[in-house]
Design a protein around this ligand. Structure first.
Ligand code: URA
Ligand code: SF4
Length: 213
């Protein structure tokens, strides 16, 4: 991801040396990219600052935008199910997204998710950088291509690189894996089951590392 000039991003808004609450409060008023106009509110990450695991998605979806919390819609239910099967308590994880506002287009009465572009991702990344810096997780899991490429390198391919830890200066253990929404988009029950099983397998490796010391 080519980094933008700091002035084109949320960087000047991130309170230097601020507490987690300071950062969160500042993010609530962010207008660093045009997505503040499409989203209802900033959907910041959630979880204990002491979490040893950070799970990163792409951006809030329709339900998240309405409720103001990450991964509380259909994708969140898939995530909850997978975490439970892997033996990870969601309460032990900090859950967040690369982009904090919902981007969508109206299709009839539905608000259809649209992928954030490189500029929007670059503008929003300082918030995620600040979250990671404050949490200093033992394990970082990037779910889907947007998070994987923004955090672990643009050459990362989730389909090829999932299921093993990749070198990263963001956390001692970092993994790219599928996005729960990709599991929902599969066309057959069999494909859905296989995709979910593979996601759970990846999360089991994460659970194993979390259990060490
Ligand atoms: N998809 C995401 O990437 N994040 C959410 O919070 C919900 C759906
Ligand atoms: Fe700020 Fe991110 Fe929202 Fe853009 S998407 S306005 S950078 S919080």
């Amino acid at each position: 991801m080519p980094r933008l000039h700091p002035e084109e991003t949320a960087a000047p808004l991130v309170p230097r040396g601020g507490t987690y609450d300071d950062v969160r409060t500042a993010a609530a008023g962010c207008r660093a990219c045009p997505l503040w106009t499409t989203g209802t509110q900033t959907v910041f990450g959630e979880g204990e600052v002491t979490s040893r695991l950070i799970l990163v998605g792409e951006q809030p979806g329709d339900s998240e935008d309405r409720k103001g919390h990450p991964f509380v819609g259909p994708a969140g239910r898939v995530l909850d199910q997978a975490l439970e099967r892997a033996g990870i308590d969601r309460g032990d994880a900090y859950v967040t997204n690369v982009v904090k506002h919902f981007k969508w287009v109206a299709v009839g009465k539905r608000r259809l998710h649209q992928k954030p572009n490189a500029r929007e991702i670059g503008a929003c990344l300082p918030w995620l950088d600040a979250e990671i810096e404050l949490i200093r997780p033992r394990v970082l899991v990037a779910m889907g291509a947007t998070a994987a490429q923004a955090l672990l390198g643009k050459e990362v391919l989730v389909t090829r690189d999932h299921g093993r830890f990749l070198p990263s200066n963001l956390a001692p253990f970092a993994m790219a894996t599928t996005h729960p929404s990709a599991i929902l988009r599969t066309e057959t029950d069999e494909a859905r089951q296989a995709a979910l099983d593979a996601f759970v397998e990846d999360l089991r490796l994460v659970a194993a590392v979390l259990k060490e010391k």
